[in-house]
Design a protein around this ligand. Sequence first.
Ligand code: NI
Length: 165
Amino acid sequence: MALIEIRTFPDPVLRKLAAPVENITDEIVKLSQDMIETMILAHGAGLAANQVGVPIQLIAVDASLNSRNKKHLIILNPVIIGTDLEEIGEEGCLSVPGFYEFVKRAKIVSARGVDLTGKTIEFECEGQFARAMQHEIDHLKGVLFIDHLSPVKKNIFKKKYAGQK
Ligand code: NI
């Protein structure tokens, strides 16, 4: 396994629409392993392939954010198929280092995707895990958590990252 450089705002790859994964190649498997290692060492709750410069629909999430699960998950072509309730919680992003803000998200999320064996998986998650799923799937659409902020908070962000936009 190897660490991969995490791209940070305003790197244009973070705004790219990620392409669906059609075939699970050795390269995809290797990238997945490297992303998990990179995410763990960076203390992230999730990582999308865009963030390491590869705009494909592949995310890593820390499934241990749900107490019943104890491992890191790789999900290809993930989609949210249902949501329930809302919750405001603090968020950050490995691509926006040093900036944290409160974002309203669905509290409960049903998601579907494909695992590295090619099997379709469907699951429900809540709380921090649900938040991470929404955050990472946003990345695949070129959306960052700062896009969800109010105009006032966006201004605070712009001041902090002045000249970078
Ligand atoms: Ni992020």
